[in-house]
Ligand binder design. Structure first.
Ligand code: COI
Length: 355
């Protein structure tokens, strides 16, 4: 393992300080960055094999100005959560799915990637080292952010000569500022998140900044987020800046088919399984924007977002309103998902992993 330059990362004792819970207001967690104690770091160079990583004090990392990630956007990220149960035990939700998604994304972005075991171990170590930051039962979760970046210097356009796999964590509550209130989405027709043959299906860092302006404008106009449509026909819905989307009509749950322009969310996948278990018919298919007008309900899913009902969607100046009720389908899906994550509903699919 080639040690990183001494100045780049400070090595700290790898202890968890769970005895004293972090001094924060657990009742008012949002989705803001909070510095926690430790981050996991490992690197690899030409052989493509990530060495045994280590926990360092959370802090800045040193990168060359010519690092591949800074110049050519060679980078991926992931998001997963650790949940504290009532009895204090801590669980992850399907972390191997994040590892696999990172491996698929790394292949697309011409990067080596950590093995599934290495990825899951890094996530576990990061969660444990920051245990005092894991919110009490029912108050939120520890959001864990694995990053894979081309950290080596390169001038001509080519894969970076060195890669860093880093995992940090932060306690979070609701993703959207309005808390659990229904989302008001804006359908954007001129800015597209992804196109066929692009990298929209992987969690590349390059998928996010290009839609920042559209999202910022929508938020400035009172919307929660933007719903993007396909770049070719401009008539099929794809996804929201930060999450996937579902429609319910009667007993049928529909979500846009993932054909390279939609990120296959792990929550999306889990909701599909939960809906099938609950007797819904699930369709992954092309969904025309016009179908939003006749849907009974619409909701969004994502690791950060969880399951969020949509209250309205504005398309070509028309506002479509959805009735929100306590017995709507997405509330059932939410309760089942969160129940499994928090250990109050039996996990029959081996989704949760104790750390
Ligand atoms: C997640 O849900 O984990 C994401 O990565 C979305 C991000 C925009 C916060």
């Amino acid at each position: 393992f080639s040690k990183p330059p001494a100045t780049s990362l400070q090595i700290a004792p790898t202890t968890s300080s769970d005895e004293e819970s972090a001094y924060i207001d657990w009742d008012n967690l949002g989705f803001q960055l909070m510095q926690t104690d430790y981050m996991y770091v490992t690197k690899c160079s030409d052989d493509g094999i990530f060495r045994q990583g280590q926990l360092n004090r959370y802090g800045n990392i040193q990168l060359s100005p010519s690092a591949g990630v800074l110049n050519y956007g060679q980078g991926l990220f992931e998001g997963t959560k650790a949940y504290r149960r009532e009895d204090g035990r801590v669980f992850l939700f399907r972390p191997e799915q994040n590892a696999i998604r990172m491996q698929i994304g790394a292949e697309r972005m011409c990067m080596p990637s950590p093995s599934t075991d290495q990825f899951v171990e890094a996530v576990k170590q990061t969660a444990l080292a920051n245990k005092r930051w894991i919110p009490p039962f029912g108050k939120g979760a520890l959001y864990i952010r694995p990053l894979l970046i081309g950290s080596g210097p390169i001038l001509g356009f080519a894969p970076a000569p060195e890669y860093t796999f880093l995992v940090y964590a932060c306690p979070v509550g609701n993703y959207f500022k309005q808390g659990t209130a229904p989302l008001n989405l804006y359908v954007e027709e001129d800015v597209h998140r992804a196109s066929r043959g692009g990298a929209g299906g992987v969690k590349s860092i390059t998928n996010y900044a290009p839609v920042l302006k559209a999202m910022k404008n929508a938020k400035a106009n009172g919307y929660s987020d933007v719903l993007y449509v396909d770049a070719v026909n401009k008539k099929y819905i794809e996804e929201v800046s930060s999450c996937n989307i579902f429609l319910v009509k009667g007993n049928v749950l529909s979500t846009p088919i993932a054909k390279g322009t939609i990120l296959e969310g792990i929550t999306r996948k889990s909701i599909i399984d939960i809906a099938l278990d609950l007797g819904y018919t699930v369709e992954e298919r092309l969904i025309e924007v016009d179908e939003l007008f006749s849907a009974d309900e619409v909701f969004c899913t994502g690791t950060a977002v969880c399951v969020a009902p949509v209250g309205s969607i504005t398309y070509k100046g028309q506002r479509i309103e959805y009735k929100i009720s306590s017995d709507q389908s997405c509330k059932q899906f939410y309760s089942r998902l969160v129940g499994i994550q928090r250990g109050v509903i039996k996990d029959e699919r081996n989704w949760i992993v104790e750390i």
